[in-house]
Design a protein around this ligand. Structure first.
Ligand code: AMP
Length: 552
């Protein structure tokens, strides 16, 4: 515990107290980088380009449109959209007017999506045309939603027999944009993002204007993502998942040109944009980069302007760093979480490391890195005792800081332990402050950067008539990093041969979970390892199946 001093004992400063407003990031960009471009590959397939000045004007029209629709301060407004300029306008129009921008991950299973829309009580949902079928299914289960607004112009509006759709471009064309951004308490909620936690139910991280602006400052710094007006940034990491690692805020803050890839995330499409828009830096999960590297290799292409890429969300494989290096691209490894909005650490070399041999430098760069200023980290043992930062001792990683949640949205009990947020990651921290993840104590599986809830999988599995106990763990996969393996103890008397039973169990999941959640493999064991309290002992299961190979 830090000692405190009573306010009455202090001499207070005479500096202005200016609340940190998200809208001020975009007005700053308009005033200083008004002609800098924002380029988007649209779902319509064409390339759209305009400037920060255009974006700011349209964000004000969005704010006016929301007020006309009856959306007020504190109301939640959902978005189901790819990375693009309209999504950016919503980020600012919604948060800037005091409402809360709830970005929804379309990769979640339908039941989870309707759960989070209801939990957030979204009043309006904005969505890209490609999500219409999903919206139509969602409609009857989402009574709080008063307006479904398609991010399209009138010419490209889809027809729907099920839902009364409004057209985004038509609505904002009705507004003049003569709107003054309001100034209010910087601790007010600005955005909401749900993460699938260990309990299976998604949990909401509710960010503030203050936390978002501070995160933008820290993440843009040299040695962090090093974002500046000289850069052309292509955020591949989705705006529907942890705010595209804060780039929609750090780019306007610094005046960087933005290139949004839309829905096309295959290697060829990404390469085309990097090449034609002279992208200098990008950010995304390893799975995306595997596709890009494969395309570049197979087609003997080279990068001309592309110098750096930030990799996070999962451990960056050493081989991927090396492949990028062969193409002249430096990999910046970063770690973060939805609960941190999201960046906590970034790997990098300090001056004293520059004279070290390449292998030693690589060893440092492959770690998850040092905490950004504003985030504190510590590791603790099972009893909560702090462990030394010696690069050897590993324990539960706890964090605290200006952009770490102190509770989940509408949760009764805070997850904090003595003021620290338990990340569910297990790591070491070396004497230089470099953190390295060695394991995960939370049971979720991360496939291609997206979560699969092991608990949801287990709940479905135990409903199968032949399953007595089921445990779902992550096993390594060369493309997706992790994929689910289901480990099953059969009920006594089950005589079916194991190959048939395995297929039968996999088919049993169809329609009950998202297709990409279905376990890649099922293994049968005689006795499930359990903890003293009768819980599945995932650590020993992971150890037992650490060499398990999945069919490609
Ligand atoms: P999310 O909240 O979906 O962003 O997921 C956060 C979790 O992803 C972390 O708690 C880690 O388990 C994992 N993660 C994020 N970045 C990395 C990284 N660079 N290396 C390993 N795991 C990571």
């Amino acid at each position: 515990m830090h000692p405190t001093i009573a306010p009455s004992a202090l001499l207070m400063s005479q500096m202005m107290s200016q609340p940190m407003m998200i809208s001020s990031l975009l007005t700053h960009a308009k005033n200083n980088y008004g002609t800098t471009e924002i380029v988007s590959r649209r779902t319509e397939g064409d390339i759209h380009r305009y400037t920060y000045a255009d974006c700011e004007q349209r964000a004000r029209q969005v704010a006016q449109m929301l007020s006309r629709l009856g959306v007020g301060p504190g109301d939640r407004v959902g978005t189901l959209a790819w990375n693009g300029y309209r999504h950016l306008e919503l980020y600012y129009g919604i948060s800037g007017s005091g409402s809360v921008c709830h970005t929804i991950n379309p990769r979640l299973f339908e039941e989870q999506i309707s759960y989070i829309i209801n939990h957030a009580e979204d009043k309006v949902i904005f969505f890209d045309v490609s999500f219409l079928a999903l919206i139509e299914k969602m409609l009857p289960q989402c009574p709080t939603v008063q307006h479904w607004i398609c991010l399209s112009d009138a010419d490209n509006m889809p027809a729907s027999d099920f839902v009364k759709l409004a057209c985004y471009e038509t609505l904002i064309a009705e507004e003049q944009g003569d709107y003054d951004w309001p100034v209010f308490d910087e601790c007010a909620a600005s955005a909401l993002c749900y993460t699938s936690g260990t309990t299976g139910r998604p949990k909401g991280a509710l960010y503030s204007h203050r936390s978002t602006v501070l995160h933008a400052y820290a993440s843009a710094l040299p040695g962090s993502l090093s974002i500046s007006s000289a850069e052309v940034i292509m955020p591949v990491v989705p705006m529907f998942h942890v705010n595209a690692w804060g780039t929609p805020y750090s780019c306007p803050m610094t005046g960087a040109k933005i290139v949004f890839p839309g829905a096309k995330l295959d290697g060829e499409s990404l390469f085309e944009l990097i090449d034609s828009e002279r992208v200098t830096m990008s950010a995304g999960v390893p799975t995306i980069w595997a596709g890009l590297l494969q395309y570049v290799k197979e087609n003997k292409r080279t990068f001309h302007t592309f110098k750096r890429t930030v990799i996070g969300g999962s451990t960056c494989p050493a081989a991927m760093m090396e492949s990028f290096r062969e193409y002249g691209v430096q990999v910046v490894h970063a770690w973060g979480m939805t609960e941190l909005s999201p960046i906590g650490t970034v790997a990098g070399l300090k001056a004293a490391d520059l004279s070290k041999p390449r292998a030693e430098q690589d060893h440092i760069l492959q770690k998850q890195g040092r905490s950004l200023y504003g985030i504190e980290m510590k590791i603790v043992d099972g009893e909560g005792q702090q462990l030394p930062n010696d690069g050897k001792a590993f324990g539960d990683l706890l964090v605290k800081g200006a952009w770490v949640i102190n509770n989940y949205f509408r949760a009764e009990q805070s997850p904090l332990v003595d003021g620290w947020f338990p990340t569910g990651d297990v790591s070491t921290i070396d004497a230089d402050g470099n953190m390295q993840i060695t394991d995960r104590s939370k049971d979720v599986i991360k496939s291609g950067g997206e979560w699969i809830s092991s608990i949801d999988i287990e709940n479905v599995a135990v409903a199968h008539p032949a399953v007595l106990i089921a445990a779902c763990i992550a096993v390594h996969h060369p493309k997706w990093d992790e994929r689910p393996l289901l480990v099953v103890v059969k009920k006594p008397g089950v005589t079916q041969d194991e190959d048939t039973l395995k297929k039968d169990i996999q088919t049993f999941f169809e329609g009950k979970v998202a297709k990409w959640w279905i376990p890649d493999d099922v293994s049968f064991i005689d006795k499930m390892p359990l903890t003293a309290t009768g819980k599945l002992m995932k650590l020993s299961l992971r150890e037992m199946f650490k060499d398990h190979r999945l069919e490609q």
